[in-house]
Design a protein around this ligand. Structure first.
Ligand SMILES: *[C@@H]1O[C@H](CO)[C@@H](O)[C@H](O)[C@H]1NC(C)=O
Length: 320
């Protein structure tokens, strides 16, 4: 075994652990209360009316809509976008009271870019939220809860099939219908393992997230699909490394990434789609680069490369 292949199998083990941890730590900006039968109904008709935006001079700003904006990663993404020049940020939330408490949005109405809707109830999605949007950042995610018996489950109406699958696809449909240019989707690393035995949750959330990724990629939308390892609120003191297909260049013993880092990646992706679009990538901390900041030009350049198994070919080429 070459150093290269040892490294990559270490990385793969790391990713497996990452996936398990991810589920324990995974956040969510989750959505409740599904009416799956409503899926898609009315959405296209509603969205047909959305192209009428006349933004005048404000059209120079990038309009960025964050869904799941009161969730743990969504909130940080919203806050980071607010700090950026040339960006007008909007939020789609289920709970206006929670939004008012968290988003520092004054009266927190549509004037302030705050829209109320539930992606598991497509008819509830406000047309105006998507109108004139340049980049949609999807940070909705099913949020597991512990049942009384101590087992992991999901709230009624908030299962991965309802939130991570249908609830994401309706957002892509709304984006297409309203002329959105670019979508940043936060999914998860670990989606190459079918029925991973180390995942303690029911509901097949990786499977449904992967399906949503596929739908986004088959749309005409420009896409940036971020697949983080285990999410944590802690500050992970390393620069990020990018991989593909659940392979990372450097093995990780702590397969974690800060939510603040994922938020920053989403923001950097949204403000410059030319740099970030057509990328689908795993991202985790890089233990070889402690205390370093990320260079996002380099990060997205690596993210766009197709380099799943090059490290595996290398020994074969050497032997022949
Ligand atoms: C909305 O958020 C507020 C504040 O966090 C909370 O007290 C309330 O229960 C939430 N409402 C629903 C329907 O979840």
């Amino acid at each position: 075994m070459t150093t290269t292949s040892r490294r990559s199998s270490g990385a793969l083990r790391g990713l497996c652990l990452a996936a398990a941890l991810l589920l324990l730590l995974l956040a969510s900006c989750g959505l409740r209360g599904a009416h799956p039968g409503e899926l898609g109904q009315g959405l296209r008709a509603a969205a047909a009316n959305l192209k009428t935006a006349n933004l005048g001079s404000e059209a120079q700003e990038r309009v960025v809509l964050v869904t799941g904006a009161t969730g743990r990663t969504g909130l940080q993404t919203y806050q980071e976008l607010k700090k950026r020049a040339g960006v007008r940020v909007r939020a789609l939330v289920r709970n206006a009271t929670k939004a008012a408490a968290l988003l520092d949005c004054g009266p927190c109405g549509s004037e302030q870019g705050i829209f109320v809707g539930d992606v598991t109830k497509p008819k509830s999605l406000p047309k105006a939220a998507f109108q004139g949007v340049d980049t949609l950042i999807v940070l909705t995610s099913a949020k597991p809860i512990k049942s009384k018996s101590g087992k992991w489950t999901f709230p009624k109406g908030g299962w991965p099939k309802e939130v991570d699958w249908k609830g994401q696809v309706v957002q892509f449909e709304a984006a297409v219908a309203s002329g959105v240019d670019h979508v940043v989707l936060v999914s998860t690393a670990g989606t190459t393992a079918p029925e991973p035995p180390y995942i303690p949750m029911p509901g097949h959330d990786f499977f449904f997230k992967l399906n949503a990724e596929a739908v986004l990629m088959q749309s005409q939308l420009r896409f940036t699909i971020v697949k983080p390892c285990g999410l944590t609120n802690a500050k992970v003191p390393f620069a990020s490394q990018v991989g593909h297909c659940d392979e990372l260049p450097h093995p990780v013993t702590m397969p974690l990434i800060s939510r603040s880092k994922v938020a920053e990646i989403c923001v950097e992706a949204a403000i410059d789609p030319a740099r970030s679009a057509h990328a689908r990538f795993d991202v985790c901390n890089d233990p070889l680069r402690p205390g370093q900041a990320d260079d996002f030009d380099k990060l997205f350049a690596k993210a766009k490369k197709l380099d799943c198994f090059r490290s595996m070919w290398a020994p074969v080429v050497e032997q022949s």
